[in-house]
Design a protein around this ligand. Sequence first.
Ligand code: HEM
Length: 435
Amino acid sequence: MSAKVITPYGDYINQPNATNLDHIPGDYGWPLLGHTFSYIKDPMAWAQERYKKYGPLQRIATTGVRGVLALGPDLAQQVMLDTERNFSSKMGFIDRVQKFFEGSLIMEDFEHHKHQRRIVQGAFKNDALQHYTREINRIYDRALDEWEADAGKTIPFFMYIKDLLLVVAAEIFAGETSYKGDRVRFLNQAFLDAVAGLMYIVPWNIPGLAYHTGMKGKKNLQDFFTPMIAQKRAGDGKDMLSLFSREKDENGEFFTAKEVTDQAIFLMFAAHDTTTAAITHTIYFLARNPEVKEKLYREIDSVDLDGLLWEDQDKLPYMQMVFNEVQRIRPSVPSVPRRTIRECTMAGQRVPANTMVFTLPRFTHWMEEYWTEPSKFDPERFSPERAEHKKHAFQFHPFGGGAHKCIGMHFAQMEYRNFLFKFMKRYDFESRHKK
Ligand code: HEM
């Protein structure tokens, strides 16, 4: 049995989820299954229909979990900014993420979260970002040289990007420079196993089941990172793990090897699939929207550089609009969960303590109240002339907001921009699927 921890906010981490939400509009869907299938089948159609029927706050259920669906920018703002400290990130993610990423930033709340965030903050300052940008250019040049052998062929682009960004993680996050060497292969496999584990159906640690693979991956990641911390602390490396290891707390003490390891493992997770999805979706939308692709080519051609350094990042305003539009229409993080730590009021409804709250950024990104023809891929909506995204502070929030706002936001966009810049300088592409 886990030790009982009482927080300054009460005993919220030991309480079961609230289940009596009958006074809130909505329904719980099918017995046991709740709304799981309708959500998986078409999350947007499901959310849009429910919004019309019940408004921004409504009771729902997924498999075995009851909670409220919080739709639209007002509720996103209330939940993410959380000025009254009503919402726990830890309890929102505890069901699955805790098993693989315990101790990580997303699994911490309030003061302790702020304390742990110090571990990673220094690694996202300007001088560090300048260094990563130079490194990323080197990594991309090497990869694109290798991709030359596949020019003219049909390639599974998603897998190419996934592999490339794993190399970025190994070299820039962990400082592992043995390209395609054993250590990098071990790290990448451990990471892929841990992520695969998250998709488990039953949490049984039995060989052959996803949960077992995930647990093995988690242990391998811990065994990989933990012994490196002391060595990184003593060195002068510029990779992220070195910077995390040398960070000190408010009392001038180093963080423990476990604390650093927990943050490093989660950081890889938070960075990888999100950026892979952003780049892959961009290639998909560009291939289907040749006029957007041509305009982006013209912008890239007008910049007479081989690669972008950190100080060149604002030279591609149209690419920024494309990035934003991809995140609007297919946000890399489509849903952000929390749990109330005390009773509070949302959209005029009384929401009990310990209620699961599901926000859906993608729904807000498609609301007709804020966006013209929301289902159309139209980067110009982010142009200074149209600025459709400026009607509400939380109508567009691909990187979240408040205390848990994405710490890798600038890194991610640099990684994205530099890739597209170099890739499109060298190659044209089309989809093998016709419209
Ligand atoms: C397009 C790429 C990315 C998107 C759309 C994205 C989006 C997000 C969002 C929405 C959150 C908030 C989640 C919540 O409040 O529950 C978040 C948190 C986080 N992201 Fe990102 N992310 C991206 C890339 C990255 C990268 C590249 C890194 C690291 C290099 C990173 C590191 C993190 C971390 C550590 C957190 C947790 C912060 C905290 O809890 O204090 N992300 N991200």
